[in-house]
Design a protein around this ligand. Structure first.
Ligand code: KG4
Ligand code: ZN
Length: 346
């Protein structure tokens, strides 16, 4: 029964967890997330050095906490999974340094994990999985990924500019809503009319599977400028109309991808996957297309270490491990390239 310690520090959540795998069953023995949202609220966004400082202050006590809660000693741990990228370099470095240090001190291998793999595995169903079409929507990424088997990915669509979560955050700022904007937009959108403003549905006719959100963002900005001082009702209408435009654009690309190839499963994950309207709309689409849908549980949509542990256990099984001296943080790397070059040295 392999048991691993998993660490996630790519952005503004410090996540640590201990997981165990027996056959196809994964058990989370303990987990913890320390969110930095309150700190970053003050600056309206994440400052990488501030995030890193916070991660480094909490990481050691959090590791001690999960080990204690899981009643685990270092002898019980088989390997250490850690997000090596992509993400904010100073933030990633904290988790990677912790993993390297423990790996050296405990004489355990490291399982380097790509952050997006984590999001994919947060939504992975147990059966009839492959080939899967994964829609990953987060603060840093908007991706359509063909998952052909465990640890095998092909990126078939990506954003040409802003990521979906980033646009949610920017539009929220235009509406004077606090950081992070996604949950705020979806909350006020509940009271808004999604047909009040006809914002553009980006890239519908592009003929490919890529996304682009700068045009939509600009259109929302012009609308806000035109209206001047906004009432709460107008804010809610803008939020609902913007959200509808984003969802339409995402669903259009998913529909196109589903027509191109038979898939067994449709996966939805990433921070923006917590959006209720998106979850509802994709559920409807999956029903119409008659495809199994698996959405990550809301509590695993945002960044966490459980998802890093979930992929980590599969990677360990496949022997995708490294010795600590060759484990480094990588600020930018595509999931496809990462999975092709795990550079094993175990
Ligand atoms: O996956 P995540 O926690 O971090 C990254 O890897 O980027 O995603 C964070 C993003 C933020 O942009 C946040 O505004 C967005 O997810 N988000 C949402 C919702 N909850 C979080 N966007 C729309 N609706 C939500 N309910
Ligand atoms: Zn993420």
């Amino acid at each position: 029964m392999p048991t691993i310690l998993a660490i996630e520090t790519s952005c503004d959540e410090t996540g640590v967890a201990i997981l165990q795998k027996e056959g196809g069953d994964i058990t989370v023995l303990s987990d913890v997330i320390a969110s930095q949202i309150d700190i970053h609220k003050e600056t309206g966004g994440v400052i990488p050095e501030v995030a890193a400082r916070e991660h480094s202050q909490v990481i050691r006590p959090l590791i001690e906490k999960v080990m204690k809660e899981a009643k685990t000693t270092k002898e019980d741990i088989d390997a250490i999974a850690v997000t090596v990228g992509p993400g904010l370099m100073p933030a990633l470095s904290v988790g990677v340094t912790a993993a390297r240090t423990l790996s050296y001190a405990w004489d355990k291998k490291v399982i380097p994990v790509h952050h997006i793999e984590g999001h994919i595995y947060a939504a992975l169903p147990k059966e009839n999985i492959f080939p899967a079409l994964a829609l990953i929507v987060s603060g840093g990424h908007t991706l359509l990924i063909e998952v052909t088997g465990h640890l095998q990915y092909k990126v078939i669509g990506t954003t040409k500019d802003d990521a979906v979560g980033e646009v949610f955050d920017k539009v929220a700022r235009m509406l004077s809503l606090p950081y992070p904007g996604g949950p705020q937009i979806s909350k006020i959108a509940e009271h808004g009319d999604s047909a009040a403003f006809n914002f553009p549905r980006p890239m519908l006719k592009s003929g490919d599977l890529n996304f682009s959100y700068s045009g939509l963002k600009t259109s929302v900005l012009y609308q806000i400028r035109e209206l001047g001082e906004l009432t709460d009702k107008q804010k809610a209408d803008i939020a609902a109309s913007f959200q509808a435009a984003v969802i339409d654009s995402l669903l259009a690309k998913v529909t196109t991808a589903l027509k191109q190839k038979p898939y067994s499963t449709l996966l939805l994950s990433g921070g923006v996957a917590a959006n209720t309207e998106l979850r509802k709309s994709l559920t409807k689409l999956a029903d119409q297309e008659n495809i199994q849908l698996s959405i990550s549980p809301t509590e695993l949509c945002g960044d966490n270490a459980i998802m890093i542990g979930q992929i980590g256990l599969y990677a360990l099984e496949a022997g995708r491990t490294k010795k600590w001296p060759s484990v480094d943080a990588i600020a930018r790397v595509s999931i496809e390239k990462f999975s092709r070059e795990p550079s094993l040295d175990s």
